[in-house]
Write a protein of this length. Structure first.
Length: 189
């Protein structure tokens, strides 16, 4: 049936001085030839390079208790949808909750989104911090009032344990509204 089929990867470098990436499409006869050589399908799978970056679902909590709270949530959703390699696949309903902690402040509007993204957790955190800053977020008192708060609550299939990034979020067991929103987005699984 001919030689191997080549498929150019999406987003592959196009400059003439760079190597053009290609992904071999495995054909049945190639697998049969490998079987004859004592190799297995597992070998083929172990050497296959996917054409598109891997993506995962990140669950991002949005909260606001200053100014136009609903407007800040909308601004946050829009900024998340514009992140490279990302798209919002589900959104929980908005709910109003009392503030967490002992700092006197107004109630929050909270929401969670399921964000399909090819960004790694660290890159996503950096993007979230930039979005908060553009929304006028000022970091002062812990658990103080804020225009926009964005937290990575969970990443499907990933855990992170770094000094300034823990996924799943360590406060998840203490925040009933996050648990409700997460259950809504995951269908209770």
């Amino acid at each position: 049936m001919g030689g191997p089929v080549k498929q150019t990867c999406t987003g592959a470098p196009t400059a003439p001085s760079r190597i053009q990436f290609a992904c071999d499409v495995v054909r049945r006869e190639a697998i049969h030839r490998n079987d004859a050589a004592g190799l297995t399908r597992a070998h083929d799978a172990g050497t296959f390079r996917p054409c598109q970056p891997m993506s995962d679902i990140a669950y991002v909590a949005l909260g606001s208790n200053l100014g136009d709270r609903a407007g800040y949530l909308a601004q946050g959703r829009m900024a998340l949808a514009e992140l490279p390699g990302s798209r919002i696949v589900a959104v929980s309903p908005v709910e109003e909750t009392p503030p967490v902690g002992d700092v006197p402040q107004g109630s929050y509007l909270n929401q969670m989104v399921a964000l399909e993204t090819s960004l790694a957790p660290r890159a996503l955190l950096d993007a979230l911090l930039a979005i908060e800053q553009r929304a006028g977020r000022v970091r002062g008192v812990r658990w103080g009032p804020r225009t926009l708060d964005l937290d990575i609550v969970m990443f499907e299939g990933q855990e992170v344990h770094e000094p300034d990034l823990i996924v799943p979020h360590p406060e998840l067991p203490n925040r009933d509204f996050w648990q409700r929103e997460l259950s809504e987005l995951t269908g209770g699984r």
